[in-house]
Design a protein around this ligand. Structure first.
Ligand code: SAH
Length: 346
């Protein structure tokens, strides 16, 4: 059966005409599609019953189902392993903050081709890109879960499995529905796209009429170190990434976030902090410090609290704005790709 989410409005209109329905039905149905908590045609109460039945013979409203859950609504993060129609599995995380806001961490690919040394998502490479429908459905899934609790999805980060700039057409297509007033109505300013740092992708994001917030996974202040832990840096380089980010800032006026995972003994030395400060000085930038979230198969370690504080203080002493991200997902294998790997054989 075809997912109604991937049927364009024009096609729905002609299908409804064949069923002898008035034109306005298509708009009515579209409205229901993006009403959180509506997952069955039965619930579309302003449609005639025979039409609801006809539609449910032909279309589905959801294609994914939950294969595993880690965490609960009282944890800062709840992680869902979602099984797609072809049996592949992806991760989607709902994050809850202290202000009572709820955010989705969405995936864009099954696996990842970037092979960052510290990340579980890329350990087995990439299987395929998600379709725009599959990306959109993660938003609907989160909105449904929250609606069942009387809560609302208000923010999103594209920081799940995959490299967003490697599947940008599908992502931007899905986000245009997410941000549309006729869709989920979540403003572009409330959505952050995180990239490993692909200048051409950053350039495209800079040119959007309604730009999303941009986060760049920097993780090292120089090419020697960065290429060692992020092979995608080879052939790109920190300077080109910073230039693309500066251009993004000039075009959009929006502050760029640099993510920096702290890996004990690898990139957490005071010299690394000083070098990072030197490279970012003069920029309107935020450095998001993320203590490494351990992955079973990987040899990296999380620095001590003191080491993290010291790194943060050095950056601050150079006037760099920082945020120290709590390890929200620690209890629930929230590092990208971990849950999927742990459930591979089950
Ligand atoms: N491919 C994109 C988005 C996905 S990863 C990117 O590279 O930005 C989202 C963030 O989580 C990235 O900054 C990534 O480097 C980081 N990350 C991956 N594995 C991690 C781990 N084990 N602990 C902490 N952060 C991790």
């Amino acid at each position: 059966m075809k997912s109604l989410l991937s049927v364009p409005l024009s096609e729905l209109e002609s299908r409804l005409a064949l069923l002898g329905q008035p034109r306005f039905r298509a708009k009515q149905i579209q409205k229901w599609l993006f009403t959180p908590g509506v997952t069955q045609f039965e619930q579309m109460t302003n449609l005639p019953k025979p039409l609801r039945e006809a539609l449910s013979q032909e279309f589905t409203l959801r294609t994914m189902h939950v294969a595993a859950i880690l965490g609960t609504e009282t944890d800062p993060a709840e992680k869902f392993l979602l099984e797609l129609e072809d049996g592949n599995r992806i991760e989607a995380v709902i994050l809850h903050n202290e202000q009572g806001q709820h955010s989705l961490c969405a995936s864009t690919q099954i696996g990842c081709a970037m092979r960052c040394a510290f990340c579980a998502s890329g350990l087995d490479g990439v299987v395929r890109n998600l379709t725009s429908g599959e990306i959109l459905e993660q938003f609907l899934f989160a909105a449904d879960v929250l609606a069942s609790r009387g809560q609302r999805l208000s923010h999103a980060v594209i920081m799940g499995m995959g490299e967003p700039t490697a599947n940008l057409d599908a992502l931007l297509d899905a986000l245009s529905t997410v941000t549309s007033e006729n869709g989920l109505g979540i403003g572009a300013r409330k959505i952050t796209i995180s990239t490993v740092g692909i200048p051409a992708g950053i350039q495209r994001l800079a040119e959007l009429d309604h730009p999303y917030h941009l986060a760049i996974s920097l993780h090292a202040p120089n090419d020697e170190l960065r290429t060692r832990i992020m092979p995608s840096n080879c052939g790109t380089g920190v300077s080109a990434i910073l230039r693309a980010a500066d251009n993004y800032f000039e075009k959009t006026g929006r502050r760029v976030t640099y993510e920096y995972i702290l890996l004990s003994g690898i990139n957490d030395a005071p010299e690394n902090a000083k070098e990072l400060a030197g490279r970012l000085r003069g920029r309107n930038a935020l450095v998001n410090l993320i203590p490494y979230n351990p992955v079973d198969e990987l040899p990296f370690r999380t620095p001590s609290r003191e080491k993290v504080q010291q790194f943060a203080q050095i950056l601050e002493s150079y006037g760099i704005q920082i945020a120290l991200r709590h390890r929200k997902g620690e209890k629930i294998n929230a590092a990208c790709g971990q849950l999927r790997r742990s459930r591979k054989d089950s």
